[in-house]
Design a protein around this ligand. Structure first.
Ligand code: 13P
Ligand code: SF4
Length: 325
């Protein structure tokens, strides 16, 4: 899994780093980005960390956000004074399409007065109907912080199951079919076989995985929690059930540890739409179609609920990986 870099790739990275300085651009990248983008980013993290970073941007004239669009939208909302660009505007998370504003309104009619918590992997329109927002790294804490008996939750049914197993609050699914196609690729047999082969390994699964995979894993958490765990643990072997971009990062930063993917085919095609070429194009041409905006009618409400989430503790890692530049 060790990555070798071509000269073309190095050239592109150098051009990006030079222009990034000239343009005073901040590059934020999600843990699932290709390693070549992670290497030139100013900050790499999970959704919660990226939301928090976006709220603290000072001294930059533009942000380039390498992640799926809803993440870039968070940055646009939390950092309204600088334009946020996305290298490929078609990087959309399919999980987000399971719920829309009308589905949420329908649940609210069914359960009047019950607060709505949406996973950050939702459209701006869906968020506009929510009372609270969470990421995988803050879901349990957000739900627990409300002091209520039940919440309406969506769109990810596996994350909902994870929250259920960590709280007494009743979780009402907005759509039980909601899932991430990448994390649904992992099945229990894969984990059982790997555990037999590597009995000393620590298995960590993302809460978007099927519940039987979560239950068989040693730990469950966000990509940021996985980064922290591998960095801080004395264990030498880890079985990881999440998207491959994170695994490349872990192996690069921890050459002394063995990082085993639960399944090498777990690649998020939407996250991988971003390339160094597209990133360079943004810096060179500032294309207006790559600027991420959130309609004015949704932005103030979403800003409010994002700021509320950023105040909840969450499992966001103490050890964030700052990219080399
Ligand atoms: P994290 O917040 O754990 O990085 O997860 C984001 C995501 O899209 C998982 O598929
Ligand atoms: Fe969406 Fe799944 Fe890709 Fe995460 S890994 S961005 S949830 S499709």
């Amino acid at each position: 899994m060790v990555h070798s870099m071509t000269n073309d790739c190095k050239d592109l990275q150098e051009k990006i780093l030079k222009l990034k300085k000239e343009r005073k651009a901040l590059i934020l990248a999600h843990n699932y980005q290709i390693i070549e983008i992670q290497e030139i980013a100013d900050f790499v993290g999970d959704s919660l960390q990226l939301a928090r970073k976006s709220a603290e941007v000072h001294g930059y004239e533009m942000i380039i956000f390498a992640g799926v669009k809803f993440m870039a939208e968070m940055a646009a909302i939390l950092s309204p004074d600088v334009p946020v660009y996305i290298p490929d505007p078609n990087a959309l998370c399919p999980l987000a399409s399971y719920i829309d504003a009308e589905k949420i309104r329908q649940k609210k009619r069914e359960y009047p007065g019950v607060p709505v918590v949406v996973y950050v992997n939702t459209t701006a329109e869906a968020k506009s109907e929510a009372d609270y927002i969470c990421t995988s790294g803050s879901a349990v804490e957000v739900v627990e912080s409300l002091g209520v008996d039940r919440v309406i939750f969506g769109p990810d049914a596996n994350l909902a199951e994870y929250v259920r197993s960590h709280t007494n609050v009743e979780i009402i699914d907005i759509d039980q079919r909601g899932h991430c196609y990448v994390h649904n690729m992992f099945d229990l047999n894969m984990l059982i076989e790997l555990k037999e082969k590597y009995p000393d390994a620590v298995a960590i699964a993302h809460p978007e995985c099927l519940i039987e995979v979560q239950e068989a894993a040693d730990l469950v958490g966000s990509t940021g929690m996985m980064v922290r765990t591998v960095a801080e643990s004395d264990a030498k072997v880890f079985i990881i059930a999440t998207e491959m971009g994170l695994l490349h990062q872990l192996q690069k930063h921890h050459p002394d540890k063995k990082i085993i993917p639960m399944y090498e085919g777990a690649v998020c095609r939407q996250m991988k739409k971003h390339t160094l070429e597209k990133l360079l194009d943004v810096l060179e041409n500032l294309p207006s179609e790559n600027i991420v905006t959130v309609p004015d009618q949704y932005a103030p409400h979403i800003r409010g609920i994002l700021e509320r989430m950023n105040k909840v503790k969450g499992q966001g890692p103490a050890v964030a990986i700052e990219a080399e530049s």
